[in-house]
Design a protein. Structure first.
Length: 392
């Protein structure tokens, strides 16, 4: 009797161990490699997989991407954010890679030690890039053939001028980079959308006549430019409860959404809603209550311009520099997820009194960059770009 009981216990224990092993093998939800018969080597992963760009074209890429090449600066920021400093950037838009970018993401110096530029086909080939991604207009048909012949996949991501387009861009980049990165992209989209919805919930009750009038005003080469409703920043302004006075503006006439891209500006392949030249007379006619510019030199130029002295924002001291961490917040990057909160806190302090932007920045860098940002760096980020360069 005792012997039978011991045998039963041994069988139960063996079954339990088998069950636990099965659960461990599939517990993370990842597709497991097929089990090899005893005595044979493990089954190899597939050589390739496919992703679909926002142009609807399905592209074959390596199953494991270790050498990626984002072709615009904002996508380099997104790539580093999603890989948590995983060292996957083999080439990038080097003119948009700042010293601070390299400080926050030291792996970039290791993965792109030769400073390969992703806008150059020759550099992409020399870097050994497996896949590059960005707006369709950046490469000619001949260049695309060169990339294809070199075994470099090109995934088009064109829609970067709307919040919906940006959320899709995060997901496409995450899918390119790998399974873990795709999960992180999903988490970030939820965070991004959550900030916008939070701002909308706070500002939805503001009467139209009480909404702050806003103007984004860039200064470069002794000229002012602005954005209309076709730029992604317009959506951030609306979420923050303000009115973009230039929403319907088109340099040279016309209306957003019709005809050729406005002013010849806009992101490549993205739209014609920014870099619209505007003169002082028009700015005075709009008379915005709040002006946001891209850098300190732009703010100084606006405040020093006698033609703008009568503008409400200038008179009240409401000319502010857009925050800038690894990338400018008002354009197509992950840091733009914080701009609606910053704008709301600046324009409606009573409605956003509990929003601590220093804490928002600290948590963003900690959570999404895996970087312990200092108090001084937080202040510099919120103060905006001190350089004279106009980043779009």
């Amino acid at each position: 009797m005792k012997m039978k009981t011991k045998m039963k216990r041994l069988l139960i224990l063996l079954l339990a161990l088998v069950l636990l092993g099965s659960l461990s093998a599939c517990g993370n939800g990842a597709p497991a490699a097929p089990a090899a018969p005893a005595g044979e080597p493990p089954a190899e992963l597939p050589a390739t997989r496919t992703v679909t760009g926002d142009d609807g074209v399905t592209v074959e890429i390596p199953y494991e991407v270790t050498k990626a090449a984002p072709v615009i600066g904002a996508f380099a920021q997104m790539t580093e954010m999603l890989t948590a400093g995983g060292g996957k950037i083999a080439a990038a838009a080097t003119n948009n890679i700042s010293d601070y970018f390299k400080q926050v993401f030291p792996d970039y110096l290791l993965s792109n030690p030769n400073d390969y530029n992703s806008s150059s086909v020759e550099d992409l080939i020399a870097a050994g890039a497996q896949v590059c991604y960005g707006p369709s207009a950046l490469f000619s048909d001949d260049q695309r053939i060169q990339l294809r012949d070199a075994g470099i996949a090109y995934v088009v991501i064109d829609n970067i001028t709307t919040v919906a387009g940006m959320k899709n861009a995060f997901l496409i980049i995450g899918e390119i980079l790998g399974e873990e990165e795709y999960v992180k992209a999903q988490d970030f989209v939820a965070y991004y959308d959550g900030n916008i919805q939070e701002c909308l919930s706070r500002t939805t009750g503001i009467a139209e006549e009480d909404r702050v009038t806003f103007l984004s005003l860039f200064y470069s080469a002794n000229a002012y430019t602005t954005i209309n409703s076709r730029d992604i920043c317009h959506e951030y302004v609306l979420a923050a409860g303000a009115v973009n006075v230039a929403a319907d503006y088109m340099a040279g006439g016309g209306a957003p959404g019709g005809g050729a891209p406005a002013g010849g500006g806009g992101a490549p392949g993205g739209g014609g809603g920014n870099s619209l030249t505007v003169d002082a007379e028009q700015i005075v006619a709009w008379n915005p209550q709040f002006i946001m510019t891209s850098n300190q030199s732009g703010k100084e130029a606006i405040l020093a311009d006698p033609a703008l002295a009568v503008v409400s924002a200038v008179q009240s001291g409401n000319v502010h520099v857009c925050p800038y961490g690894v990338y400018l917040w008002s354009v197509r990057s992950g840091e733009g997820s914080m701009l609606p909160l910053w704008l709301g806190a600046r324009m409606y302090p009573d409605l956003f009194g509990d929003v601590d932007m220093e804490e928002v920045v600290k948590n963003f860098f900690n959570d999404w960059y895996n970087y312990e940002i200092s108090a001084d760096e937080i202040q510099k980020t919120l103060a905006g770009d001190a350089s004279t360069a106009m980043t779009r």
